[in-house]
Design a protein around this ligand. Structure first.
Ligand code: NI
Length: 135
């Protein structure tokens, strides 16, 4: 029996979407308000899901205490209250769009979750805009 278990998390972070190889006009057209040179913040909501067989011994797909700690240590403690462009090495040369942030989060978590389980990351940049990455 396969079940998906999910944990919600949250962090605030600042970013700027920009390409150095584009002029200001093109950056402004493509990235709009997210191109603001002085950065701006988002309240990111995160849903991390693990999908797999229920362990017959524990009845768990994954111990939620472990998942909670993993998200706190690897994601919230790393990204919360940070400027993603400046402080997070993965975004030195990668635009911190919701899509790319979701992929970075997935890559940070994947090594720490049992290989027999599937991992899915859903990242809300606003209450209405969200992206999903499952590897
Ligand atoms: Ni933005």
């Amino acid at each position: 029996m396969k079940v998906k278990v999910s944990r919600k998390a949250h962090f605030n972070a600042a970013h700027r979407l920009h390409r150095e190889d584009w002029d200001d006009a093109k950056n402004n057209v493509v990235f709009g308000r997210c191109n603001n040179p002085n950065f701006h913040g988002h309240n990111y909501d995160l849903v991390v899901s693990v999908y797999g067989e229920i362990d017959p011994e524990t009845g768990f797909v994954m111990d939620m205490k472990v998942l909670k700690e993993l998200i706190k240590e690897r994601i919230e403690d790393v990204l919360d209250h940070k400027n993603l462009n400046i402080e997070i090495p993965e975004f030195k040369n990668l635009n911190p769009t919701a899509e790319n942030i979701a992929v970075v989060i997935w890559n940070k978590l994947r090594p720490h979750i049992n290989a027999s389980k599937e991992l899915e990351v859903v990242l809300f940049e606003t209450p209405r805009n969200f992206v999903t990455y499952s590897g």
